[in-house]
Unconditional design. Sequence first.
Length: 398
Amino acid sequence: MENKKIDLKPFWKNNKLVLKLFNIFGKENIKIVGGAVRVALKGNQTNDLDFAVKLKPNLVKKKLAKGNIKFIDNSKGHGTVSIFSKDSVIEITSIRKDIKTFGRKAKVEFANSFEEDSKRRDFTINSIYSDLEGNLYDPYDGISDLNKNIIKFIGNPLKRIEEDNLRLLRYFRFVGVYCDKEDQLHIKSLNASIDNFSKIQFLSKERVQLEFFKLVVADNVSLVLLILQKNNLLNFLIKGLQKINKKSIKLFNKLPKQVIIRIAYLITKTEMKVIDVQESLKISNSDVLKLKKIISVKTLILNEIDAKVHKYYYGDEISIANYLLNQFIKEKNISKKILNILEHWSPPQFPINGNDIIKYKNITGKDVGIILKNIEKWWVRSSFVPGRKECLEKMKNI
């Protein structure tokens, strides 16, 4: 397929590093491919850019070094180097074809044509290439599919999935991003993904987590969850997720687009436990604690005083997530005043500490903590107004 002239705004032309890369490698040897092109075709921008180059890895690294561009090579022979700058995250991959695949690993042979490179990619919408000026090379008519919100595997879907089972999750993630109606679904790609979805259990939990976190905040994730539930596949994502009802799934798109809130919602709408999420997705201990706090806090934030109390005890992230989740579940409007307090109000410091109790009450041990906690509760109920003098006076009367 010949180069296409489409009304695309090549936002990358404003990036000095991108201009330098095209200059270093030669405009005929390098193209932007994948996500950045997709995003540009939708009229948006991204800081993540993937490049395909017609040069072998050793020459790529030599040219980058000569151009004083720092890079990281952790591709284990697959010819990909990464560049991290303040403006961009860039990956440069030498054009290659996969000779033999072993799950996520492959025996590769380096090639010198973008057509050859396109054959190894997953979906038609990810096989659109652009030069610096925005002239497009589209060997699989991905632009047409993107305009129609169709996610289609390149070639035989079963072969693509067999090459890399992660493509099962990527397929549904892109469906969640682009498809808002079932009639946009490519039947062969959909059926192959449904029939083979159980194979995600052989992927590392870290990879599943990464894709799931992207899926769960996609614009049309409800459509994906409904498809997976209909085919009894949700438990392959998280143990117990299959029990969520259709009404809860249909509302899911309207939740705030925060991963932690959306996962907390899934837990509240099923019989799942936080440990099920931890074991299925290998989430961090930090996220485990956040989920437990968000779900366990039962007191509602009904007014500005409640907001300050929550913020004082639980911090901003937990308080905001808990408030937004509960308002959504109870179908209540979000108060801008309450949200502003949760986001911006800085709690004052409690005016006294344990040393004051020891000094003035002449006691030690656990009684110190008990008295201090009682005074703190009184201080919080008093809207954080009493100062050190009032707190010490309160202490003397206990």
